[in-house]
Design a protein around this ligand. Structure first.
Ligand code: NAD
Length: 480
């Protein structure tokens, strides 16, 4: 079976102890490659390489850094087919999704930050005839970047690209559930001529390889995307060491649908925002709040369309939902469906595993699931399920919708549907979310701040926000 390799100091290397564990293909429920079970010793090598590379990389001109990052972006595009197939196989997502979203976005991330550094300007503050202050933004050192399994290369590169663009060197760990495209990225970086040690990719488990990065004395900044419980542990561990932290965590996003919305547009988009990537996008709307006057109309049409979604072979272009990422995740989602029933919910469609035949017989497929009849306060409506499961909740007034939308401990994103402009502005202002989409979903401009409030995270990625996170501002004050 193919063995993936760590990427340390410009070379593809085995883990020091030589241990590996299996990488499972979710659509088939079978192992198809082996992942390095790296530990502290591998992380130490990676951090040492990154430290050695830092003086060269950080002092390199922005133009030269830019050229290398843009080369990586172009190579990702040139290798679109191989990367998309690898992403779909590793994660279970439909190939067409990996081809149209994941891999193009990974390329855009490198291109965006590779060019952003050419346009970056810092501030100056003149004290009339006394002095001039200007702000130097300097790279910090070795950045630790850790990412989850749902959008593997997309989110991995969303951290690595700004960290490198800002002049830092990086030790990164992809999710052990979906490591393959990160491995392919290391080969692309070698081809692109990224200097040795600038980016190091260490594979392995979170509490072992991941924790070693978080705890390492020579990693002063951590950019993490993943679950809220992991984020909490990282914050507790990193804070006493005074590390800079960016945490992008879980969500339980509301869709708020008012009776005056453009129904057809809303319906098409709500299907996507509910079940894209099998509902495993942190931005998916999992609580659908519907104004009571159109509740039945919405329910009838939504359930009809959801029950027609095709679950199956990720390579089939007609497939809407592929496999969920792992057996344990599938079990977790099914447990939530059982919980919803215990809490008094009614499953309107789905709620079960989909058993396919032939090569996919052991795959982790779930039917897209719609549940109604639950109070907004119950566990099903408060906890992150992160699968193809949504609930329908009626509301009577705008205030009630906002109260319910804001009632969870999370605050990542929201999607509001209305034709009333004043209401759109009002609701956007009142929602406790880092992103408030109006009459759309997942419309992303990479220049905008990205992140959540409350337990959905700390800090913002995106645009210059990320370049600011990965640099330290220094005030230089010169007396006239
Ligand atoms: P996870 O927290 O289990 O793992 C994320 C990453 O952290 C993995 O690489 C894992 O190996 C690593 N890790 C785990 N324990 C660690 C530790 N002790 N020290 C260091 N690293 C550790 O999350 P997941 O299951 O991979 O991803 C799903 C979660 O990610 C969901 O909660 C989802 O909402 C969230 N997510 C958030 C965003 C966002 O932008 N806010 C985006 C995507 C996913």
């Amino acid at each position: 079976m193919e063995k993936l390799l760590n990427y340390i100091d410009g070379k593809l290397v085995q883990p020091i102890k030589g241990d590996y564990f299996e990488n499972i293909e979710p659509a088939k429920g079978e192992a198809y490659s082996l992942i390095p079970d790296s530990d502290e010793s591998d992380v130490n090598l990676a951090v040492a390489a990154a430290k050695r590379a830092f003086p060269i990389w950080s002092k390199m001109s922005a133009q030269r850094r830019s050229a290398i990052l843009v080369r990586i972006a172009n190579l990702i595009t040139e290798n679109l087919d191989e990367l998309a197939q690898a992403e779909s196989r590793d994660n279970g997502k439909p190939l067409k999704l990996a081809r149209s979203i994941d891999i193009p976005r990974a390329s855009s991330n490198f291109h965006f930050y590779g060019t952003a550094i050419l346009h970056y300007a810092s501030e100056s503050h003149s004290m009339e005839d006394l002095a001039l202050n200007y702000t130097l933004r300097q790279p910090i050192g070795v950045a630790g970047c850790i990412s989850p399994w749902n959008l593997p290369l997309y989110l991995f590169s969303w951290k690595i690209a700004p960290a490198l663009a800002a002049g830092n060197t990086v030790v990164a760990k992809p999710s052990e559930v979906t490591p393959y495209t990160a491995y392919l990225l290391s080969r692309i970086c070698i081809e692109a001529g990224l200097p040795d040690g600038v980016l190091n990719i260490v594979h392995g488990y979170g509490p072992k390889a991941g924790a070693s990065i978080i705890e390492h004395e020579d990693v002063p900044m951590i950019s993490f995307t993943g679950g809220t419980a992991t984020g909490e542990w990282i914050a507790r561990t990193a804070a006493p060491k005074f590390k800079k932290l960016s945490l992008e965590l879980g969500g339980k996003n509301p869709n708020i649908i008012f009776a005056d919305c453009d129904f057809d547009d809303m319906m098409d988009t709500t299907l996507r925002s509910s079940f894209s990537n099998q509902g495993q996008i942190c931005l998916c709307g999992s609580r659908i709040l519907i104004e009571r006057s159109i509740y039945n109309k919405f329910k009838t049409e939504f359930v009809k369309r959801v029950s027609k979604l095709k679950v199956g072979d990720p390579n089939d272009s007609k497939t809407n939902l592929g496999a969920v990422v792992s057996e344990s995740h599938m079990e977790k989602v099914l447990e939530y469906v059982e919980l919803a029933k215990e809490e008094g919910g009614t499953v309107l469609t789905g709620g079960h595993r989909v058993e396919l035949e032939g090569e996919f017989a052991k795959g982790y497929f779930l039917a897209p699931t719609v549940i109604e009849g639950l109070p907004h306060t119950c566990r099903t409506n408060q906890e992150e399920i992160f699968g193809p499961v949504v609930t329908l909740i009626p509301f009577d007034t705008e205030e009630e919708a906002i109260t319910m939308a804001n009632s969870t401990k999370y605050g990542l994103a929201s999607s509001t549907w209305t034709s009333d402009l004043k209401r759109a502005h009002r609701v956007a202002r009142e929602l406790h979310t880092g992103i408030a989409w109006i009459n759309c979903w997942l419309l992303r401009d990479l220049r905008t701040p990205f992140g959540g409030v409350k337990n959905s995270g700390v800090g913002r990625e995106g645009g210059f926000e990320a370049l600011q996170f990965f640099t330290e501002p220094k005030n230089v004050c010169i007396k006239y």
